[in-house]
Ligand binder design. Structure first.
Ligand SMILES: Cc1ncc(COP(=O)(O)O)c(C=O)c1O
Length: 359
């Protein structure tokens, strides 16, 4: 069976070395030494100013919205995972959808500008599949209209824009370190910011609002993560170069094998280094996509319709007019990609797709 992804696991002994330390210290959670170590190593590896390690990428979005004090309307992309939209709704704000660019699959800055009202307080944009948004255009709009910018950078481990980690952009960037991600800590996430005051605010928000054991700086939530999760992150970080290289190599193999397949691929933002975290293909029709999935499934291969459905049609939001996203979501498929996927498997998947197209 080949799934759309397969979580990387280090040698069990590498993990156990960290776990022994947890047993020795009997310190399981609440900002323990492994969490601190992981934060320092990630900051160094990614070259970001401030980073807080959190329970997951969804709580990261919620804390980012809360820390920036966003209210009213937040302009967002309809082409993302549901957590992007639900975090906005969960925080009591209204998601307002701006359609996407048909080539990069990221939110279209021109559509953002059209969606601004006197209730708009922020923009929440996703760097889809780790491909940076049009960051300069979005920042220009935000500056002009005095809006805050959050980037849902869940897919972006290793992506760079203009020579820096893409996590450096926006008021706050969020990451997911879920098991399906290129770098993972089983469950996990982070917020990154260049603003020390925001960091302080998010640090107390992560820990129920505690300022000291008996005083509270404001409303907080439980956004913490455990020593066991941090241990997995520390072990996995030692292999990150190899994981990234394997993604790049596999993407090149797919490119070669699929040269005859009539599919569209995302256009990667200029001035960026992409992390190849996913291998999405866009079929000419939904019918061709469905036939391809059925044939792959018959061969025990399970790609994923990602992202599907387009979020502006969710039943708990005010629906938006987003034809580009709706159309893309109906025809896009993420093909299997993981550190251990073999050349023969990529060739097999590709042959099936070509056979479906040509029959
Ligand atoms: C774009 C995007 N945002 C947010 C999330 C949520 O992250 P988590 O699963 O860590 O809560 C995901 C997870 O897949 C995602 O793909």
């Amino acid at each position: 069976m080949i799934n759309v992804t397969k979580p990387f696991l280090p040698e069990i002994e590498e993990y156990i070395t960290y776990v022994r330390g947890i047993w020795d210290r009997n310190w399981l959670t609440n900002n323990g030494p492994l969490v601190n170590d992981l934060e320092l190593r990630l900051k160094e590896y990614l070259n970001v100013k401030h980073l807080l390690y959190l329970g997951n990428g969804t709580i990261a979005l919620q804390i980012a919205i809360k820390a920036l004090g966003l209210t009213g309307e937040i302009i967002t992309t309809p082409f993302s995972y549901v957590a992007t939209t639900s975090a906005i709704a969960w925080e009591g704000c209204e998601p307002v959808f701006a359609d996407i660019d048909k080539d990069t699959f990221n939110i279209d800055p021109a559509k953002i500008e059209q969606a601004i009202t006197d209730k708009t307080t922020g923009i929440l944009a996703t760097h889809v599949f780790g491909n940076p948004c049009d960051i300069d255009a979005i920042q220009k709009i935000a500056d002009k209209h005095n809006l805050k910018v959050i980037y849902d950078a869940a897919h972006c481990f290793g992506t760079q824009y203009k020579g820096k980690s893409v996590y450096n952009y926006g008021d706050i960037s969020t990451a997911s370190f879920h098991a399906t991600k290129l770098f993972h800590t089983i469950e996990g996430g982070a917020v990154m910011t260049n603003n020390a005051d925001l960091l302080k605010k998010m640090a107390y928000m992560r820990n129920f609002g505690h300022e000291t054991a008996e005083t509270f700086a404001g409303v907080g939530i439980n956004g913490k993560n455990s020593e066991f999760h941090a241990a997995m992150g520390l072990a996995n970080l030692r292999h990150i170069e190899a994981i990234q290289q394997s993604r790049k190599d596999q993407a090149a193999m797919y490119d070669k094998e699929l040269a005859g397949l009539r599919v569209k691929r995302p256009k990667i933002q200029a001035n960026s280094v992409w992390n190849h975290s996913y291998y999405p293909v866009v079929f000419e029709t939904e019918e061709l996509l469905l036939r391809s999935i059925a044939e792959l499934n018959d061969n025990w291969i399970y790609p994923r319709r990602y992202f599907y459905p387009s979020l502006s049609g969710l039943n708990y939001v005010k629906n938006g007019d987003t034809p580009v996203s709706d159309d893309l979501a109906s025809r896009i498929l993420s093909l299997p990609l993981s550190h251990s996927l073999k050349r023969e498997e990529i060739a097999f998947i590709s042959r099936i797709l070509l056979r479906v197209q040509n029959n």
